[in-house]
Design a binder for this molecule. Sequence first.
Ligand code: IVH
Length: 677
Amino acid sequence: MSTPRERVASLREEIARHNEAYYAKDAPTIPDADYDALLIELRDLESEYPELASDDSVSRKVGAGSTTVFSEVRHAAPMLSLDNVFDVTELGAWAERVAKGLGLGLEEIDFAVEPKIDGLALSITYIDGVLVQGATRGDGQVGEDVTDNVRTIQNLPETLAVGHRGRVEVRGEVFIAKSDFLSLNEHQRALGAKEFANPRNAAAGSLRQKDPAVSRERPLSFLSYQLVDLDDSLSFERYAQTIAQLSRWGFLTAAEMKVLHGATPMIEHSTWFEEHRHHLAYEIDGVVIKVDDLAQRDALGFTSRAPRWAIARKLPPEERATRLLAIEVSIGRTGRATPYAVLEPVVVAGSRVSMATLHNEDQVAQKDVRPGDLVIVRKAGDVIPEVVGAVREPGKRRKSPWKFPSACPDCGQPLVRVGDESDTYCVNPACPAQQLQQIIHFASRGALDIEGLGESRVAQLLTGGLISDVADLFELRVEQLSSLEGLGELSATSLTEAIEGAKSAPLSRVLVGLGIRHVGPVAARELANTFHSYEALAAAPLDVLEAVEGVGPVIAASMYEYCRDPENQERMRRLASNGLSLREPEVVSALSPTLAARAVVVTGAVGGYSREQAEEAIVARGGTSPGSVSKKTYCVVVGEAPGAGKVNKARELAIPMIPASEFERLLATGAWNTTIA
Ligand code: IVH
């Protein structure tokens, strides 16, 4: 452990290094959030140990560090920050505090609701209508004089459109619009220069350029959201009036800003931003809600760091704009041909995304995304990334609409689309792409759970010609395996042992593993529990299959056909002769149906249970365990590393969230003692 003094010194050094990379070289090496965390730790230490603080600490300047060439500006009034809330419940609680503070009802207050632009705060001073100074926020008290660079901002008035005598300060956010950001990076690419990580980084780097000529090249914009009347010569009663004044003076203000009467519509409009954020011209990281009545603001006042009359509702950073490079098609285990987007890599919800699903032919047409388009990629919670749609770029010529290929990209056989289904299939059973996916699925956790048989190993076995069907797995010998690259005798032996162990898997898991169309885990369990052996299942007439609980005509027909297809019959015969039990043990459920007809969603790891086991335990008590949270969800069991999507949804819908430690109690009694806020 280092002493606080040592830690402060090492933090300052590290931050200075990142500042150099970020500002001087415009090439950040760590994500903004990580950088912020270092800065917060340093500021916390400096305030806890004032003897370690120093005026020239990197914490006092916005990323200034040793490269700073800007002089300091003391703000006439501190530039405060905003407190954050992360969901509607917390937002409601803030509104209640406001109402209480004012002695009013929740629905009696006017709230301005506006976008929280993901840029940098800037203060611009005008004297007698003329721009005299631009300053960064800095530590809130002292910022940096960036006047020369501020003058290069395209949409900023040098002089106020309607003359004004006296001194005013206009505060707002400097940012780079989504479409400008892409052209900027295009330009950088053409120059062979480094691309910017995101619009915010680009704006920050551009604003702090030593040479204003460089800033001028950067497409900076400014949106104003605060008017500071330095000599008290203007009289406004409402925030909305100040915004109207700013607009008259020639400033850009948020077109999406609305003043709403009461907390309910206020919360509603804040959610509107969550849904429409990708249609806005700039990136937002939240919604700002402000009390509109300026006298009420005065009554509420400030805490040491933020106004009580305003709050930021943070939105999860789950959508990003990026360039669609190409649309390709991948073949799944059922032969389904799924179109997917090849993207210029972009970080969404914390991870780098370079591919995203487009689902099917109709979706591509409906979203009208074309190679070359600027598209919105969404990666919400733990779902796979998808392309939401294209961003309109006025004046830009687009390619012609994308056409679904007529041949399978893997085997070259025709792709077919049957009836009114929206999916397209490769119907060649010998298609190598299908074989690969089928075997991967067969060995996966939800099916036979064969350890050591992941995607790359299966691919290796397939290309090595050792297998072409799941039945081949059970004929693999150690000698064959140990000749493969990366597989010594030891791992070859454990792989054959794992395969051997899979032979006793219950029929339901084998059915899941076979990937029979429409036969999911629930139907597989019902079928296996009804017939107990594959033999009996395969002999069942169609109407008997249809009569099985939870098995409708579609599943029954698919199962029936599967059993009658000669290739499948051969596969099942080989599986049986290779020693698979293909039986479902009789379980007499002595468990009471504590969760009868209740939907319990599990997210994250629950100690002592695999994901499948946790779901099976719920099902064994009469419940269901769907993969997503809805209004009908009874409760959400939150384990270790839960999915943010499920947690947020549960919060939003006010579904009880219970800790994993309560899982046993839930199973035993259908109830719980504690919930998570
Ligand atoms: S109001 C005293 N309104 O968010 C209130 N801030 O987290 C001052 N921001 O430093 C801020 N959009 O850089 C306000 N519509 C908006 C905003 C906004 C973005 C930024 C601003 C501020 C930070 C606080």
